[in-house]
Design a protein around this ligand. Structure first.
Ligand code: FE2
Length: 461
């Protein structure tokens, strides 16, 4: 079992008829599971509702070509945010902002890019970094000088507690919409997405509709993403450059000075950043660029981890796309090579948790290292269940491996609340029809605070 201080699962379902009977069943099953030894592997008995259709979000016909669309924000250093948006026509890459609605006392101007993909030509994609900003403060802003739309975001806190939402493989279906409604229903400070964003799958207009779908949330809280296989979008002969749309649209803090507080990676496909004034360090790793021994990514990861002061970074978490541990029949072994190349580095630094996507189901493992339960290894969690159009991966390996603590093929999202320097609460919310239900919950304790895991002779770096 993971080195957690306790495990508790509960159902918050509150509906009548069949819903009540199912709720009772869930409560009975989970209560029974909770009464058994902590190392018991649990496969959820939940019966899933059917898939939902892809949404179609067209642009606003009333908008002129200066109107900002697909607005999203991301962290760009300890006191800065990057604002990203698209206009159909030429427009300045300027963000005006301030702490009162409609009173834009400051402004910043960034840069504009475009890309073409076969016969598709993107709008003007703008990125501008604003700041310095006060932590935990709501800023109001508008983009490209357009008076048509006003936005606001809240900067993350500079100290703990810090609340992350973590959800992978989002897509743009009716289930995505349900997941986003659940995400919006409770407050959080930043969203982490371990790859497979839009499921555009070469149809570039789907990147635009995805941008419109997530804008209400992504323009209000920082969304920090890393790439999945659906971001590659290489086409033989026609489009040999990978990640064209992803890199143009979802620019992350990989370079100085926007990576301030972390080691710049120099590549948008992998980077790290600090949250809560450095109390949490987040590694956004790239599963679809070179990670082998001798690669630029691995060399950067080694430098980044070597620069970490675990007396300051109470929690270190990593995100990858293809899971390193997986007992689902889908995508078996696809994270093995990356795990072989990088697991030692994470283990040596006592990384606390690794979150993955790719497999369209939920699964939480015990603390593991080198394939075995290890009290000083990370908790591994797969949350590739945001709501994409490919549906769920509902076939698990039988019997359930002992290191797999809880698994269920449902759509949903996770929340990691780092409460203080020693404790973080991980909760997975299942989309139960349209109600969010807490289906798995576990406390994760900081390995930096565990003396048994800080013997230098155990350090594998
Ligand atoms: Fe994937």
């Amino acid at each position: 079992m993971a080195a957690a201080v306790g495990t508790r699962r509960r159902s918050s379902r509150s509906r009548s008829g069949g819903g009540m009977r199912m709720a009772l069943l869930v409560v009975v099953v989970l209560a029974a599971a909770a009464a058994l030894p902590a190392s018991l592997a649990v496969t959820s008995p939940y019966v899933r509702p059917p898939p939902r259709a892809t949404l179609s979000l067209l642009r606003d016909d009333d908008a002129d070509d200066q109107t900002p669309q697909q607005v999203h924000v991301s962290m760009a250093g300890p006191d800065k945010m990057r604002v990203s948006w698209i206009t159909d026509g030429d427009a300045p890459a300027t963000v005006e902002y301030g702490t009162a609605p409609g009173q834009y006392t400051r402004s910043a101007t960034g840069a504009t890019t475009t890309y073409s993909y076969v016969r598709y030509h993107s709008g003007r994609i703008h990125h501008a970094v604003v700041g310095p900003l006060q932590p935990g403060t709501t800023y109001y802003y508008r983009c490209s000088g357009s008076t048509a739309r006003d936005f606001s975001f809240r900067t993350p806190p500079a100290t703990l507690p810090f609340k992350f939402v973590i959800v992978g493989d989002l897509g743009q279906t009716g289930w995505t919409d349900s997941t986003l409604k659940h995400v919006a229903a409770a407050d959080y400070d930043a969203l982490l997405l371990p790859g497979d964003l839009s499921y555009a799958d070469f149809v570039q207009s789907r990147w635009d509709s995805f941008g419109r779908l997530v804008e209400p949330l992504a323009s209000a809280r920082p969304w920090m993403v890393t790439e999945g296989n659906h971001e590659v979008e290489k086409l033989p002969l026609l489009e040999p450059t990978p990640f064209k749309a992803y890199n143009a649209r979802w620019r992350m803090p990989y370079d100085a000075p926007s990576a301030a507080g972390a080691t710049p990676s120099g590549d948008n496909l992998y980077y790290s950043f600090d949250a809560a004034g450095g109390a949490v360090h987040v590694l956004m790793l790239g599963s679809y660029t070179d990670y082998a021994v001798g690669s630029t990514q691995r060399a950067w990861l080694q430098r980044d981890l070597a620069a970490l002061d675990r007396a300051r970074a109470a929690f270190v978490v990593a995100l990858v796309h293809a899971p390193w541990y997986n007992s689902n029949e889908a995508h078996r072994g696809q994270g093995d090579a990356m795990r072989a190349a990088m697991e030692d580095l994470l283990y040596g630094t006592r990384v606390d948790a690794v979150f993955a996507g790719h497999v369209h189901a939920y699964e939480r493992f015990a603390r593991v290292y080198a394939g075995k339960e290890d009290p000083c290894g990370p908790v591994h969690v797969t949350v590739g269940d945001g709501g994409n159009r490919e549906g769920l991966a509902d076939k698990f390996v039988d019997p359930q491996p002992a290191i797999s603590a809880f698994r269920e093929a449902s759509f949903g999202h996770g929340r990691l609340e780092v409460v203080n320097a020693t404790h973080a609460l991980w909760t997975w919310h299942r989309n139960d029809d349209d109600d969010p239900v807490v289906a798995d919950q576990v406390w994760i304790t900081s390995l930096a605070a565990n003396p048994a895991c800080n013997n230098r002779t155990n350090n594998k770096m």
